[in-house]
Design a protein around this ligand. Sequence first.
Ligand code: ZN
Length: 138
Amino acid sequence: MNRIDLEEMEKMLDLAEEAMHHAYTPYSNFQVGACLRTSDGEYYLGCNIENASYTPTVCAERTAMFKAVFDGKRSFDGIAIICSGNNPSFPCGVCRQVLSEFCESGMPVLSSNRNREYTVCTLGELLPHSFGIGDLKA
Ligand SMILES: [Zn+2]
């Protein structure tokens, strides 16, 4: 995992904001965009995609992560998330678990509201004592 400086995080926030405009949200009208940076410096973007039966709805973070994993990426430096709401959009519990499968606990997670007011914390702060592959070993 490479360290990300504030300038890079701002760039990722720009990309996440672009991604947010791709959201499909006819039910909640709450848009989210995410920019996930791989350790080899590539960016994977995601948006939330809703569904009429609700449960198949997927978050922006998982859209970005699954695109990256499909392309063979397994190592990440950080993620920036922005939403259309007044409060910063932190990853939901499911997305925290998905991120923990591939990301180190020290990975920065930037969470922003629509006005680009954001906080940065680590994945480990969002999901302490996570369940991982090591827990499946006897
Ligand atoms: Zn989520």
